[in-house]
Design a protein around this ligand. Structure first.
Ligand code: BEZ
Ligand code: FE
Length: 291
């Protein structure tokens, strides 16, 4: 039997799959998988190493840690799925805000917080005042839109990664006002490495890659009747914008933090007196939900 005969036999067997989409996906998967194995001439030892790698990826995964998603992220697959799901025009004027990876540190049920409130429940970095508006794609304000935000602290960790952190630190759910505006006090995010102590981290190291992500905050923006946008705002000053470990940077999501020296003007509530702070403005546009 030749390699082509074997591939053909597997593909033929799959023709019995009743669900047409599953048949299409499995057929393409087997074609590409066999093509890959044949192209690289995968040895028995390499095949076993791959099985061990996938086994370790499963074994280190828990409710708190999803190593398979990390693998997908670092291979660019998560962003490929994101790109295919999104209209090519997203991010341009008149179209919805671009989406990007959700990441493993999203936790549902963040506390509801008032307009202008702080998400920092303890000192967590340099204060940053985030403002903007949520509109439809024509620029009309969306009142009552929800912003679910989470970010890391100056120790580079999200609250969910840090047993010493108050669980709701640097997380919060905000609602836009009548004019679509929102405001909250957070901190300036820091560059941080994705979890690199497991099989994915070892693969990054073996392939000469660093595990760093450029500083960003996460926001999920939603409103009834509109398509939800899960996205980031990236810090324009980060040195990792061009080498994000998970390929998630889109230029329309990069913003510059403006620095304010103490005494240079009124500071938002919650900024400790005598400390510098930052401000960042970013508007979100939501497209209509289909149907
Ligand atoms: C994050 O931004 O939180 C993230 C995204 C992908 C992998 C690891 C972390
Ligand atoms: Fe993140």
């Amino acid at each position: 039997m030749s390699a082509a005969d074997l591939t053909g036999a597997v593909l033929e067997r799959l023709q019995a799959t009743p669900d047409p989409r599953l048949r299409e996906v499995m057929t393409a998967l087997v074609r590409h998988l066999h093509g890959f194995v044949a192209e690289v001439g995968l040895s028995r030892d390499e095949w076993l190493a791959a099985i061990r790698f996938l086994t370790a990826t499963g074994q280190i995964s828990t409710d708190q840690r999803q190593e398979f998603i990390l693998l997908s992220d670092t291979l660019g697959v998560s962003m490929l799925v994101d790109l295919l799901a999104e209209p090519a025009e997203s991010g341009r004027a008149g179209f919805a805000t671009e989406t990007t990876v959700l990441g493993p540190f999203y936790v549902e049920h963040s506390p509801a917080r008032e307009y202008g409130a702080s998400i920092a429940e303890r000192p967590s970095g340099e204060p940053a005042w985030y403002t903007g508006r949520v509109t439809d794609t024509d620029g009309n304000p969306i009142a009552g839109a929800t912003l679910d935000v989470w970010q890391n602290a100056d120790d580079m960790l999200y609250a969910v990664q840090n047993p010493d952190s108050p669980p709701d630190n640097l997380r919060g759910v905000f609602r836009t006002r009548e004019d679509g505006s929102f405001a909250f006090l957070g901190v300036r995010p820091t560059d941080y490495p994705i979890p690199a102590d497991g099989p994915v981290g070892r693969l990054l190291a073996r392939t000469g890659r660093h595990p760093w992500r450029p500083a960003h905050i996460h926001v999920i923006v939603s409103a009834p009747g509109y398509q939800t946008v899960a996205t980031h705002i990236f810090d324009a000053d980060s040195r990792y914008l061009t080498s994000d470990a998970v390929f998630a940077v889109k230029s329309s999501l990069v913003r510059t933090f403006e620095r304010h020296e103490p005494g240079s003007g009124p500071a938002p509530d919650g900024v400790p007196p005598g400390e510098p702070w930052y401000s960042l403005r970013h508007d979100f546009r939501l497209g209509r939900a289909p149907g």
